[in-house]
Write a protein that binds this ligand. Structure first.
Ligand code: GLC
Length: 546
């Protein structure tokens, strides 16, 4: 392997496979490895470099598989280890690398260690792998403190001791079925290094690290003065007791040593919802993780000033530690971009935007999503595409209440519907059972007419989002990867225009009026049509050769 091929991730496009909803090869209504293997040629043709597969480990699926019962196996619903090996071989044969999702902050309550902890005594080594504490109040009836789960409700759950008496409490940042590990325990640290080794030895190319800013806690901290912060948003307090604590970096230095001991070296991507970008940069210092999702960019408004701010900040701050920027618009935790940008009203000329409360304009959202996709793929560094983003799938906002699976729904007292709307199984065909997903039914209902957004429909339409992504991904290989964003001065605050090297220009018009294109030799790619007189209309991106 050459140095260059070791650095493949620096400008890679990584496609996120939410395996339960990608393709169902066994006909049981849930996606699986068999379905993914069938569709590898599709992903290869799309032109991505690697796949990140959401958790496929044995799990009661209380939190979509982020509640892991055994970190060294695969849930029978998704397949088995021999199929995983076959998948790795086939993907590698097509030049696609595979990242898995490691969930080190917590396990499922079905994990053997947690069962042992419940059966053991307070103070035992079995309990010491998790975070058990006595309750407050005379009989220990009150939780140890007021800390809340990000899914809603208390972050503490009381157990019944083996002798039947009301017992200790255990800590869970997420669902009650996801007890947090105690990372101050060397046994936990050793166990995870061993789990990483297990998958690296099987041939896995790297890991996306779930809640990479969790793990290390200071359980001695006092109650938190809460405001009404949202899902996965950390309360804005300094020195947070369970997020982004400095001690987590030492863990990653050890993980990096392990990844570097492999040939080729393995890769880590952090899911870390931290602010400001300087804090994120700490995760990707050169002896820690390789890259991190750029959630600041994901949250940016569809406005020239906000996007430019986010791009500049991300590039500058990450460059200070030698890490490439990454760009992401969607994942399995956030509203689909077609819907998000279809809600957002940009006050043109003011460079500001606000979120509309009114109905979603999907046509507008899709138009902007096309422009946003081309902008993202023109930027230097790595990019992520969430399955279905390339089809322009919207958020499914009207899933019936009895179909909702996200624990957020119940834990929020049915006030937040949660994240199921971006996890609806993919439509592969225009008609047929489950629109080609693979069986008569699917674990989340697909809306009527879902087939109009299918891969089959998109293939047949030269103007589809799928063709746009495919072409962009092909052309992106010709943009000189090392060339930074070089802004072109335009005297219109609603237009973003930048050069990469001498030959490539990207222009995005986020304003209300059409604008003239800068000097160019050739229009390479457009997210929408030019006006009759060759101007770039509202919410449109152009790639130009100069
Ligand atoms: C991450 C995952 C999310 C999951 C949570 C708890 O944020 O992306 O889906 O619910 O961690 O594991």
């Amino acid at each position: 392997m050459t140095q260059a091929s070791h650095d493949w991730w620096r400008n890679a496009v990584i496609y996120q496979v939410y395996i339960r909803s990608f393709a169902d090869g066994t006909g049981d209504g849930e996606g699986d490895i068999a379905g993914l293997r069938n569709r590898l040629p599709y992903l290869h043709d799309l032109g991505v470099d690697a796949l990140w597969i959401n958790p496929w480990y044995p799990s009661p699926l209380n939190d979509g598989g982020y509640d892991v019962a055994d970190f060294r196996d695969i849930d029978p619903r998704f397949g088995d280890l021999s199929q995983a090996k076959a998948l790795l071989d086939e993907a590698h044969g097509l030049g696609l690398r595979i990242l898995l999702d490691i969930v080190p902050n917590h396990s499922s309550w079905d994990h053997e260690w947690f069962k042992q902890a419940l059966a053991a005594e307070p103070g035992s080594p079995e309990r010491a792998r998790y975070i058990f504490r006595d309750g407050r109040g005379p009989n220990g009836d009150e939780p140890p403190n007021n800390w809340r789960s990000v899914f809603g409700g208390s972050a503490w759950e009381r157990i019944t001791e083996p002798d039947g008496s009301p017992g200790q409490w255990y800590f869970h940042i997420f669902d009650v079925s996801q007890p947090d590990f105690d990372w101050s325990n060397p046994e936990v640290r050793a166990e995870f290094l061993d789990i990483l080794r297990f998958w690296f030895d099987l041939g896995v190319d790297g890991f996306r690290i779930d809640v990479a800013h969790g793990m290390v806690k200071d359980m001695t901290k006092p109650d938190i003065p809460y405001d009404e912060s949202g899902l996965l948003d950390r309360p804005k307090i300094a020195d947070h007791p369970f997020f982004d604590r400095d001690g987590v970096h030492e863990i990653y230095r050890g993980w990096r040593e392990l990844a570097d001991s492999y040939d080729p070296p393995r890769l880590y991507v952090a899911e870390a919802w931290v602010e400001p970008p300087e804090r994120l940069a700490r995760y990707v210092r050169d002896d820690e993780l390789h890259s991190a999702f750029n959630f600041d960019y994901l949250k940016a408004a569809w406005s020239a000033s906000d996007l430019r701010r986010s791009i500049d900040e991300s590039v500058t701050v990450l460059a200070s530690v030698g890490a490439p920027a990454t760009w992401v618009l969607e994942n399995h935790d956030v509203e689909r971009v077609v819907t998000r940008y279809g809600r957002e009203v940009t006050a043109a000329g003011e460079g500001s935007s606000r979120i509309a409360d009114g109905p979603v304009d999907e046509r507008l959202g899709r138009h902007r999503a096309r422009a946003a996709g081309l902008l993202m793929l023109a930027l230097p560094g790595g990019a992520y595409i969430y399955q279905g983003q390339e089809l322009g799938l919207p958020e499914v906002l009207d899933l019936p209440e009895d179909a909702l699976q996200d624990p957020v729904w119940e834990r929020s007292g049915r006030t937040r519907r949660g994240r199921d709307g971006c996890r609806v199984p993919l439509p592969w065909t225009i008609d047929g059972p489950s629109y080609g997903f693979g069986s008569d039914g699917s674990w989340l209902p697909q809306p009527d007419g879902w087939g109009a957004l299918s891969v089959e429909a998109a293939e047949a339409d030269p103007g589809s989002m799928l063709h746009l992504y495919r072409t962009a991904l092909r052309m992106r290989r010709d943009i000189p990867a090392a060339e930074p964003v070089d802004w072109i001065q335009v005297d219109n605050p609603d237009v973003l225009a930048f050069r990469r090297g001498t030959g490539f220009v990207c222009v995005v018009n986020l304003g209300a009026q059409p604008v003239a294109l800068p000097d160019h030799r050739q229009v390479l790619l457009l997210s929408g049509e030019l006006t009759e007189d060759g101007m770039l209309p509202t919410d449109t991106t152009a790639w130009l050769a100069t």
